[in-house]
Design a binder for this molecule. Structure first.
Ligand code: GLA
Length: 717
């Protein structure tokens, strides 16, 4: 049993394969955290003594105060002065609530979350449901803990039911709260920008609040929802590491506070600046899910826990099948596409061994540039005189599959859709909306907008054999308002928007069961666990420069498996060394190309064919295997990773040098996951190695030159 309630001590104990999480019912009122860490059976109570100026419930004596308790869930206005998980504004307008523990239930598997993606349970998953009640508002709060024993992950989400007589407003909703009785932690986050996502940052926590988040309506390029806390001394292979993430694609907040007692409180959930939700009497609200993992084996194992979880519990099952090696038209042609040109791409691409041609932006309505036509989802007649179905049939007849770009959530002011329905774009009433990339954001919180999109895509893709959608989202939100909601409910728009997006994605998945989706938001602007259940991979960044990609991909793989990472070779400028380098960097994830094969030399195209064939031999190791970081680009002048199959019979090592690497330095790279008694052959050089030798380390000479990278593919004899 993964979840137990110990009656005598009133303790809840949640076990995964290697970790334990425990809390108890305190004074028949509070849920007090006891322990999260390496698997164990006995827990000491953290110091609970109250301090001066920390209020307490009279009947519990002045010894205890919510301000000093490591609570599982905390409430604004009732004694905990730190930021809290929950704030509910009831009829009295104070925002004060005080939920008391009421009951619990443990059940197999899990419940779904209304209108939101959530982690698929394992066969041995269990859920703990806790019910708490607030007397004055009449609200019930349900806390859910679901356990994923194999990947050492526990998820949390909450539901609020308004059983009172008047409406309440949920003003703060942070489904993950974790209080750790320690002050020796670093906070790791991924910051960035468009064209430069997922930069690694590790800083010491200090007294006060440290946070990252998004109020952009998307999880954003600027801060990824992933966050880790680790001991100051934690390394790649050793030390305590706690990882957190959020199964949600909209605005969020990750927060860490080192408080007056030297304890650390972590919160993860909805960004309070862009979230609020009104529940009328009898209504129920369900929050997105947050997930956490712990490892005492450092950051490497934390990443591997999350990688396993994302592959097994978040991504669709088809993401584990081979991903198509695509030829994408964007960096090859931008908007300059038509049937004739694309058929040439298809023919040549098929001959070169590509799996799929992806027709990017520019195929619909008057979309000849980025200033017009988003929202008008019909194929341009001049570019496709015989229609889309006929064109796609011709593409496929060349022996290559077909993918297409869409950006459903957006509208250009210069579009028929906007001219017909200006109120379908998000805008604060009475104000001119701000454009970004000359586009506005459709009000996806409105059912009729989603219904329109469903109708439009149903029509344009009816009878068209599409294997792949690239689902893009190319701006963030501001001046947000919905013409369909009353003033008091405008705070719900961001959340309702994301639910609308998920509804449309669900429809796509069901309507086109044979197609897969690659999600994208100007590259990695929605690189999150909320998108991953719908697609097989995410376009990691619009930046395809391999030096920059080295950092972006390294950051992404801290939290997400290589399977999620769409990596393209672009623009090698006819330089074979650069082509090789770009290819090897792209091999860190799921390989694709976006370059003009019609204009490349025969030599370059022949090399690309060779690369595709070569990649197919080992891509399963990246796609399905475990990931080990030997050197990360943020700390060293090169990056070195290896990926192994579960049984360690195949290992791929990638070593990528950055521009300023000094020549002549030789690195000892230890492949500790190798089987000591086995013998491996490098399929590139034919060289044989004893497993023990690999564990002790391979000496890899660095070239010290730009555009130098190596792949070593070791297969057990
Ligand atoms: C975004 C994507 C690109 C491309 C363009 C098309 O920037 O990230 O890959 O699809 O849009 O407009």
């Amino acid at each position: 049993m993964a979840i137990r309630f110990i009656k005598s001590s009133k303790r809840f104990v949640i076990d995964t394969k290697n970790t334990t999480y425990a809390f108890e019912i305190f004074k028949r009122h509070y849920l007090v955290h006891l322990y999260y860490g390496k698997k164990k059976a006995r827990f000491e109570e953290a110091e609970r003594r109250s301090l001066g100026f920390s209020p307490n419930v009279a009947e519990y004596s002045s010894k205890y105060s919510p301000d000093n308790l490591p609570l599982e869930v905390s409430f604004f206005g009732s004694g905990d002065y730190r930021d809290t998980s929950v704030c509910i504004v009831g009829k009295d307008g104070t925002g004060v609530t005080d939920f008391k523990y009421k009951s619990y239930r443990i059940f197999e598997g899990r419940q779904s979350i209304d209108g939101l993606p959530f982690a698929r349970p394992d066969a041995d998953s269990e859920t703990l449901e806790i019910l708490m009640q607030d007397k004055v508002t009449g609200c019930e709060l349900y806390l859910y803990y679901t356990v994923f024993p194999e990947s050492d992950v526990i998820s949390r989400h909450m539901a609020l039911v308004n059983n009172g007589k008047s409406s309440v407003k949920l003003a703060r909703c942070m489904p993950m709260e974790l209080n750790l009785d320690r002050s020796d932690l670093d906070m790791i986050t991924l910051w960035g920008r468009h064209n430069g996502e997922c930069n690694y940052q590790r800083v010491q926590t200090h007294h006060g609040v440290q946070s990252v988040g998004s109020r952009r309506g998307a999880s954003s390029h600027q801060y990824n929802p992933f966050m880790a806390l680790c001991a100051h001394t934690a390394t790649e292979e050793r030390g305590d590491a706690y990882g957190f993430n959020f199964v949600y694609s909209g605005s969020f907040l990750d927060e860490v506070e080192l408080d007056q007692t030297g304890r650390t409180k972590a919160l993860m959930g909805m960004d309070p600046a862009t979230f609020g939700y009104i529940l009328d009497a009898g209504e129920r609200f369900e929050s997105p899910e947050a997930v956490m993992t712990y490892s005492h084996k450092g950051l490497g194992q934390m990443s591997r826990n999350f990688h396993k979880f994302v592959k097994n519990n978040i991504m669709p099952k088809k993401a584990l099948d081979p991903h198509p090696v695509v030829l994408n038209t964007w960096e090859a042609c931008y908007f300059d596409i038509d049937e004739k040109k694309l058929l040439q791409f298809a023919e040549k691409g098929a001959a070169m061994g590509f799996d799929m041609l992806v027709m990017d932006d520019g195929w619909f309505a008057e979309r000849h540039h980025d200033r017009a036509a988003l929202g008008d989802w019909y194929a341009n007649k001049d570019k496709f005189p015989n229609g889309l179905a006929d064109f796609v049939k011709n593409v496929r007849s060349k022996g290559i599959k077909f993918g297409i770009w869409i950006e459903p959530e957006m509208v250009n002011p210069d579009s028929d859709l906007y001219r017909a329905h200006p109120d379908w774009a998000l805008r604060a009433s009475g104000r001119e909306p701000l454009v970004s990339r000359k586009q506005l954001v459709l009000d996806m919180s409105r059912d009729e907008v989603i219904d329109y999109l469903i109708g439009a895509f149903d029509k344009v893709f009816d009878g068209v054999e599409i294997d792949y959608f690239k689902w893009d989202m190319n701006r963030h939100m501001c001046n947000v308002g919905s013409a369909a909601l009353p003033p008091e409910r405008q705070c719900e728009v961001y959340f309702r928007y994301i639910k609308g997006v998920y509804r449309l994605m669900d429809w796509f998945v069901k309507r086109f069961p044979n197609a897969v989706i690659e999600t994208c938001s100007g590259g990695g602007g929605r690189y999150d666990l909320g998108m991953m259940p719908y697609g097989i991979q995410i376009w990691t960044s619009d930046n395809t420069n391999p030096y920059n990609r080295t950092f972006i991909q390294s950051g992404a793989m801290l939290a997400y498996p290589a399977t999620t990472m769409s990596c393209h070779v672009s623009n090698p400028k006819e330089n074979m060394k650069s082509l090789d380098y770009r290819y090897k960097v792209a091999c860190e994830g799921m390989l694709g190309y976006e370059l003009n094969i019609l204009e490349m030399s025969d030599e370059v195209n022949a090399e690309i064919s060779r690369q595709i064939a070569e990649y197919r031999k080992f891509e399963h190791v990246m796609r399905l295997g475990e990931f080990y970081r030997l050197a990360s680009p943020e700390n060293t002048k090169y990056s070195a990773y290896y990926y192994t199959t579960d049984d360690a019979s195949e290992i791929v090592l990638t070593v990528v040098e950055k521009e300023d690497c000094r020549a002549g330095s030789t690195k000892l790279l230890k492949i500790k996951a190798a089987l000591p008694d086995a013998t491996y052959t490098d399929l590139y050089s034919g060289k044989r190695y004893a497993g023990r030798e690999l564990i002790e380390g391979l000496y890899i000479p660095l070239m010290g030159e730009p555009d130098s990278a190596r792949l070593i593919y070791l297969k057990k004899d």
